[in-house]
Design a protein around this ligand. Structure first.
Ligand code: ZN
Length: 182
C-alpha cells in the first residue's frame, strides 16, 4: 500500500503519527515550499503506475480504514470527513485512493493539473474524475475519518453551548443545587 501525505512543513504531521501507530509507512512530502508543490507531487504519484492513497496532513483515519480502501476493487475510493462544521465532505483529497488501474485508465487527469495551486487541485481532480468516470463521487466507505482542523470550531461550539446553558456569572454550587432541586 502506497500512502502519500502532503505536509505543510517539515514537522511530523498528525496523519503520519496515526498511520505509523498501526504499522503503516506513509510517505510524507513537504508541499509547503511553494504553491504548486502539492500538485506536482500528485502528478509524480499518478504517473508511477502503482496506485496510491492520499491522506492530508490533518486527517486521522481510524485503524484499518486505509486497508479497506486498498482492498476494495473499486478504482476510486475514499472516506468522508467533517469540514467547516457544516457536515461530511468526500470526494476531495482528504482520504482518497486512486488505484493503479484508475491512474492508467485516465493518464491525462494530472497533465494540466500539475500547474494548479494547492488551493485548486482538489476541486480540479474531482471535476476531471466526475467527467471521465461518470460518477459524482468516489466509492464512499464508512465510517468517516476525523479531521483535526475541526477541533477549534468544536471547542467554540462547546463554549457557546455552555454560555447559553449557564447563568452569565454562574454561582456553580448554587446552580447545581438549583438543578438538583435543593
Ligand atoms: Zn471502495
Amino acid at each position: 500500500m502506497r500512502i502519500l501525505i502532503p505536509a505543510i512543513n517539515n514537522n511530523d504531521p498528525p496523519a503520519a503519527v496515526a498511520l505509523r501507530a498501526e504499522g503503516l509507512e506513509p510517505e510524507v512530502w513537504n508541499v509547503g515550499i511553494n504553491a504548486k508543490a502539492y500538485s506536482k507531487i500528485l502528478f509524480e504519484y499518478w504517473n508511477d503506475h502503482e496506485g496510491f492513497i492520499v491522506v492530508e496532513h490533518d486527517i486521522i483515519p481510524w485503524p484499518g480504514a486505509l486497508e479497506k480502501l486498498w482492498a476494495c476493487k473499486q478504482l476510486w475510493c475514499g472516506h468522508s470527513y467533517p469540514l467547516h462544521a457544516q457536515g461530511l465532505f468526500g470526494g476531495y483529497l482528504g482520504c482518497t485512493k486512486f488505484s493503479a488501474e484508475l491512474c492508467d485508465t485516465y493518464p491525462k487527469v494530472m497533465n494540466r493539473a500539475w500547474e494548479e495551486s494547492w488551493q485548486k487541485i482538489d476541486g480540479y481532480v474531482l471535476t476531471e474524475l466526475r467527467k471521465l468516470t461518470g460518477n459524482d463521487c468516489f466509492h464512499l466507505h464508512f465510517p468517516p475519518c476525523a479531521h483535526i482542523r475541526e477541533l477549534p470550531k468544536l471547542s467554540e461550539m462547546n463554549k457557546r453551548l455552555l454560555n447559553e446553558t449557564l447563568p452569565p456569572s454562574p454561582n456553580i454550587p448554587g446552580y447545581y443545587k438549583k438543578l438538583m432541586g435543593k
